[in-house]
Design a protein around this ligand. Structure first.
Ligand code: CIZ
Length: 312
């Protein structure tokens, strides 16, 4: 862990390098506080995709996980996209193998495939439309009602979308290894200690957790829900990095991290692979860089653009 002085030095250095490289720093809501604080924009996958597409910087330093940096490269291929740690993966992206999806497609012609953005470029290249947790309901509602839908890779988000749209979908059996650790029992106990607190849960959580929530929504909507709510206290059932942004934007409210049963595992170890030191090193060395085969990039762009065309 760097000391305060070292952190200040790193922060000054990253700002210097940002100018030198003409870089923009994009950070996901689940990143460590130091990276969120150094970023030009902090947000969810949808907001970050728009920012990556619109930037006129030469370099995008993407503080998030691998599929997010890949998405930035897909939508804006002329930029150099850097990811502080190439090992920053995603359990959901790992749960949908591109070869397995290709075999499924061959056996089920005519099915519309909706993919949650948490998947690899090789999976994106095979699907009809991408969604994020912010717009999954809108995306599914945009598909003609007579079409069969396969939703990949998150079965929990998929189930939730079915409840919101009334659409039946075939669900790929993937799940987020962090969100499935939140339990009904642990949240129930916490709620007894904070009876006035609103429970705000991410749709990647298990149904038993979603059922007890006052609001189920994406990270971006969590911020607006808590801003508008007259409540003072909130139990935030998503990756714990989210609390930094919420506390910063809404300093008069109290945010309590959602609990897991026996472990303190409400942090995604992949998201936490990126650090301020690694971000500085990435801009110093212009590496690790995200590169993609051009045919995959072109095919993956089509379903992303269909999503972006539906708006923010
Ligand atoms: O869409 C994203 O960025 C993720 C992973 C969660 C959310 O709800 O924002």
């Amino acid at each position: 862990m760097p000391t305060l002085t070292e952190r200040t030095d790193l922060r000054e250095r990253i700002l210097e390098l940002k100018k030198l490289r003409n870089a923009v720093i994009l950070a996901h809501n689940y990143q460590v506080p130091e990276l969120q604080d150094a970023a030009d924009f902090v947000g969810d996958s949808l907001g970050l995709s728009f920012k990556a597409k619109e930037t006129d910087a030469d370099v995008i330093l993407f503080c998030g996980v691998h599929f997010m940096a890949e998405t930035a490269k897909i939508v804006n291929p002329g930029k150099t996209v850097l990811l502080p740690d190439l090992e920053a993966g995603c359990s959901l992206a790992d749960s949908c193998d591109a070869g397995a999806l290709a075999r499924w497609k061959a056996e089920h012609p005519g099915v519309v495939i909706v993919a949650y953005i948490n998947c690899t470029a090789a999976v994106k290249a095979q699907v009809d439309i991408i969604c994020t947790s912010s717009n999954a309901v809108k995306v599914v509602n945009s598909i003609p009602p007579d079409k069969k839908i396969l939703f990949v890779p998150d079965q929990n988000l998929g189930q939730w979308v079915m409840t919101q749209t009334g659409r039946q979908m075939i669900l790929w059996p993937g799940a987020c290894s962090t969100h499935v650790l939140f339990t009904h029992k642990a949240i129930f106990r916490l709620k007894q200690q904070h009876p006035g607190a609103k429970i705000v849960a991410h749709p990647e959580c298990l149904p038993a957790v979603r059922m007890m929530a006052d609001e189920v929504c994406s990270t971006e909507k969590m911020v607006s829900y808590c801003r508008q709510s007259p409540a003072h206290e909130f139990i935030i059932v998503t990756e714990a990095g989210m609390l930094h942004r919420m506390q910063k934007e809404l300093p008069d409210k109290v945010f309590i991290p959602g609990p897991t049963d026996s472990c303190h595992c409400n942090e995604c170890s992949f998201m936490k692979k990126n650090t301020l030191e690694k971000a500085v090193a990435a801009l110093e060395n212009m590496s690790p860089e995200i590169t993609l085969p051009e045919d995959i990039r072109r095919h993956a762009l089509v379903p992303i653009e269909r999503m972006l065309a539906l708006g923010r």
